[in-house]
Ligand binder design. Sequence first.
Ligand code: ADP
Ligand code: MG
Length: 685
Amino acid sequence: MLGGKVMTKSLQDSVSVLKGVGPSKVTALNKLGINTIEELLTYYPFRYDDMAVKELAEVADGQKVTLKGIVASQPTFARFGRSKNRLNFRFLVEHDVILVTFFNQPYLRDKVENGQEIIIYGKYNAKRQQLSGMKILGQTSQDFAGIYRANKDIKALTIKKIVEQAFNLYQDCLVDILPTSLRQKFRLESRRQMIHDMHFPASQKAEQLARRSAIFEEFFLFQLRLQYLKKMNKKEAGLVLNYDSQKIKAFSQTLPFELTTAQKKVVNEICHDLHRPLHMNRLLQGDVGSGKTVVAALALYATVTAGYQGAMMVPTEILAQQHAEKLQALFEKVGVNIALMTSSTLKTKKARQTSLTALAQGDIDVVVGTQALIQDDINFHKLGLVVTDEQHRFGVRQRQILREKGENPDVLAMTATPIPRTLAITAYGEMDVSIIDTLPAGRQPIKTMWLKKSQLNEALQFIDQQLATHSQAYVVSPLIEESEMMDLQNAQETYEKLREYYAGRYQVGLLHGRMTAEEKDQTMQDFKDGKFDLLVSTTVIEVGVDVPNATVMLILDADRFGLAQLHQLRGRVGRGQKASYCLLLANPKSDYGRARMETMVQTQDGFVIAQKDLELRGPGDILGSKQAGIPDFSVGDPIQDFKILQIAQIEAHDLLEQSDFTTNSENQGLWQYLRESGTLEENFD
Ligand code: ADP
Ligand code: MG
């Protein structure tokens, strides 16, 4: 109590209320995503060191272990190299004598004495019977100690102390949030016990029990939120688009090919949604080349026959142009008026005025554009459907603004990022998903070869042969993780070398991430127009650019890329009539690296690759998975703990279906928690 005022504690208090947590520590914690006490208390250790004293016989080679014994020789101290040193002594553990070595901990020199009993934590080499000492422990240290992920501004041990303090102060606030019946059904621990044991388990067993509860809680809250959003979305009134099925049928007969079964299925799903008085929020997932554009065309056409306008938003100018051309060709016979709106087509005042007026008056049926479409002065007459391509490249905000230009138009988001089916449950949870799971028949496979780096010349000769037939080629320069600067240097070097190599024979172009959007578009356009025969590029060519005349892609140091990314890159070739090739140049050092290259050689199915990637690397590492919307879980692993995830999904669903779910007293703890933590932005009705 302060001056008669009761200070109530809340898990939503800022971590700054803790002793010793001043502005700089607050900033450091914020960087780890920790702002509140709740976030701090659910910031669990990422691993635990088993510090319990072990017997030598049960220690595996290379294992980190705690041994208790007696110093059995006079420790010797030696310096070597410039600033390195080593402390050696014999150590009697039960009846065995092993050698202990501490590197670069000179202060231990005065602490270790012959004959003394000590406990040492270190890494054991069984063959040499030697322990590389890491630290000397006191008698009272914790047997099973959590290690926290830290950063350069705050130490793991500091975090641990802060967590300890917070737990002691706030443990009374740790009330149960999951309904009792649910906790009993799955034998989950109380929240207080769970949080305690996640941080300070008395044993490995205690930690595992707590973890099971923590994973359930994390998945359950996540699912609850997703499904709640979905439910609210479903309740939202949407437009009823009374499209003309006869016209749509006639239109599909004008197409130069027959739709695949998969395409027909998704067109039906979309049309069903368009017609319903509910708001459509649908994701169309289909591998590169699976034919999403024509599906979008059918959806847009249906919208037009219902008397509404359609908009398609894509991330780059060149893609906008490409899509506009494709749609134009498709719509020609049915008299749909299509317009392209990008910053360059809207550049002059006059052109802008003409386009905007036409759009606002409804003279334009379908508009294709970049983010320029969301500018303030752009208005539609009657917007019925918004399509986005490569949707993960747009922020939620941008999609929202476009939606607001109509009266809650339906939304179709297209993506080529293949998400393994096992993960679809977590990604895109708030959207309905349509999947095109087969490619049109007769597609030329992209022959993929994996070459060793020493075979670079053979690869270049192969490219020569392709260029000689007037085909074009891509060379993707190695990816240097987290350094766009190095990427650029690399690309430039490769570019210079290839220019020299092809001097007087072929034209070489360069594309990289440091170029402005206009420069990139220009370079791609030049390549498309045949001004270059060969294009050296960093990964920026990834997004759906179509140069049908490009038949070969060489990827340097291919093992540095993720499988999903290699798949996306490879999809840039094989888009025309000619046979196409992908050459992967790589000397992977591990079995894992070799397995990845072999996967690329063996399959072209994006889903198979994504699944393989998942098995080989684990979900946290899938490249592009963040963009694709798979969230970072802190305790649960959507693959390993898939069963729990499924159960959590079902239980969250059932809970939301309860007719009295907001009033049921069993759920009060949960609602309070959801409200306080801002997990649900909107209120339950
Ligand atoms: P993506 O899904 O990558 O956007 P596109 O829509 O660009 O794929 O289609 C790739 C190519 O396949 C295009 O040239 C398109 O005309 C063609 N295509 C689409 N559907 C079919 C089909 N059912 N049969 C044959 N070719 C098709
Ligand atoms: Mg596409």
